[in-house]
Design a protein around this ligand. Structure first.
Ligand SMILES: [Ca+2]
Ligand SMILES: [Ca+2]
Ligand SMILES: [Ca+2]
Length: 492
């Protein structure tokens, strides 16, 4: 592994000497020092086709050609800048070619940043969406990929791939991954190696994950794209999880055992789960894992006919908080959008659940004492309130709301047009009669009302609210004694 010289007092002295004395000798020393020194903290450069011939990571010209070399050289507070191209974890000093356990291990205090053309002098110059920088698990180089080296369907993974493209263990937010496409991970090994094909976060690991695409990763057990286990709660923002799969559960993301990531601006699309049980082709939250989701879209996620919930499955006391989240076009074996089991009580605000499919419940299924709280939302099949075009989330004067991707939020005092669902959000919502209880064509025996619901198995009681006033602090406050308390059949 190349050894990087640290900037030294002599280098600094040489600068001063060169300026002050105009000494040719001092200038010569300075040039030598710049060639071998790196600022601390500093930038380490990686470019798969850097011209070299020296590859010491000190400049774009002399960049390392593997990400592993840069990770090996980095110390706390360093940034690694990676130029566009495809990088494999089995390449670099100390790696064994085609070794399936090879993985890009995130490090404390180190920012691994992709998306550079090569030549930039500041982080803000890069465009990660243009300069696609791929971390690929296709270590034996035989997968079918697109022209940028990205697997877009896990059926195109062939032979021996890395179990986990990226791994994080016992990390805080100081470990950062930013600006990459993560693809072709295949967690089909044993115990831990069947979890987290794209990234495995384990043992209290909560890195900062930003500007990322997870495409075409798979896991035999859980978490095709992302797995978070044992108190691992990363921050994930500006990301998409597309066409990842799990043979069991959590094709896109699986959070387990007190793992509660924070997601902002994330899309789950076309992820799948194959078998029975939890499914949760988009996301599974299991065993007291309660992530927060803001501006998140679940669309086109699917399970096999034997599977259960397509988009989200919450289990064992897992109660995520969802704000401005859309579920549309998801297709599950039995449940389309969301399943809540075993005392899982998610909170949904300003959400749209529309146009999903499931043989038992297309929208929401609750069991085992699970009771979602839903307000300012549009829930297909709820058959009830007219609050879908009421004020958005937290419409208190002087505050701002986070807009949903699927409906516009009017300015305070402005006329409030009924939002039209976009193509991405499925069919336009069905208007209901203002101020009255609208019976559903077929009573939604298990889906939640717009307003709130307390579910106790088949004997569920649910409140149907009339139009919610703009500025209502919560659905619960609107659903007072004046409103009807009805059973699912409307006979209550
Ligand atoms: Ca290049
Ligand atoms: Ca290889
Ligand atoms: Ca392969």
């Amino acid at each position: 592994m190349p050894t990087l010289a640290r900037p030294t007092c002599s280098a600094l002295f040489s600068v001063v000497s060169a300026l002050f004395l105009g000494s040719l000798t001092a200038i010569a020393v300075l040039v030598t020092s710049v060639d071998t020194a790196r600022a601390d903290p500093g930038v380490i450069y990686v470019d798969t086709d850097a011209p070299g011939p020296t590859h010491n990571g000190l400049s774009w010209t002399t960049a390392f050609t593997s990400v592993q070399d840069a990770l090996g050289a980095a110390t706390y507070d360093d940034q690694i800048w990676v130029a566009e191209g495809v990088y494999f974890p089995d390449e670099g000093a100390g790696q064994t070619n085609d070794d399936r356990v090879s993985t890009f291990t995130l490090r404390p205090g180190v920012a691994l940043c992709g998306g550079f053309a090569g030549g930039e002098v500041s982080l803000t110059e890069r465009d990660w969406t243009v300069n696609v920088t791929v971390l690929s698990g296709d270590i034996d180089g035989d997968d079918d990929t697109d022209d940028q080296g990205v697997v877009t369907d896990t059926a195109n993974i062939k032979n021996n791939n890395a179990y986990h493209v990226v791994t994080g263990v016992a990390l805080t937010e100081t470990a950062r991954l930013d600006g990459f496409t993560i693809t072709a991970g295949s967690a089909d090994g044993h115990p831990a190696d069947k979890l987290g094909g794209g990234i495995l976060n384990d043992n209290h690991s909560s890195p900062t994950l930003t500007n990322l695409v997870f495409s075409g990763n798979r896991a035999f057990s859980a978490g095709g794209g992302i797995y978070c286990g044992d108190h691992s709660s990363p921050t994930l923002s500006n990301a998409s999880l597309t066409s990842n799969s799990a043979t069991d559960s959590g094709g896109g993301m699986y959070n387990s055992s007190y793992s509660s990531p924070r997601l902002t601006n994330v899309t789950f699309e076309g992820n799948s789960s194959a078998t029975v049980g939890e499914s949760g082709a988009g996301m599974v939250n299991n065993y007291y894992s309660s992530p927060s989701l803001i501006n998140v879209v679940f669309k086109g996620n699917w399970t096999s006919p034997a599977g259960a919930a397509a988009a989200m499955s919450n289990r064992y006391g897992s109660s995520p908080m969802l704000a401005s989240v859309t579920f549309s076009g998801n297709r599950g074996g039995t449940v389309g959008a969301m399943e809540n089991k075993l005392s899982s009580n998610p909170t949904l605000v300003n959400c749209v659940l529309w146009g999903n499919e499931g043989s038992d419940r297309p929208t929401i299924r609750n069991s085992g004492g699970s009771s979602p709280t839903i307000s300012y939302s549009d829930v297909q099949g709820s058959g009830g309130s007219d609050n879908w075009d009421a004020a958005p989330w937290a419409p208190t004067a002087g505050t701002t709301s986070t807009p949903t991707r699927c409906s516009s939020i009017p300015s305070p005092g402005a006329p409030r047009p009924r939002p039209q669902a976009t193509t991405a959000c499925g069919p336009a919502p069905r208007p209901s009669t203002q101020g009255t209880i609208s019976p559903s064509p077929s009573p939604p025996t298990s889906t939640a009302s717009h307003a709130s619901r307390t579910a106790t198995g088949t004997a569920a009681k649910w409140w149907i609210c009339g139009r919610m006033r703009q500025g209502s602090p919560s659905a619960a406050s609107r659903c007072g004694a004046a409103n009807a308390l009805r059973s699912p059949s409307g006979q209550g």
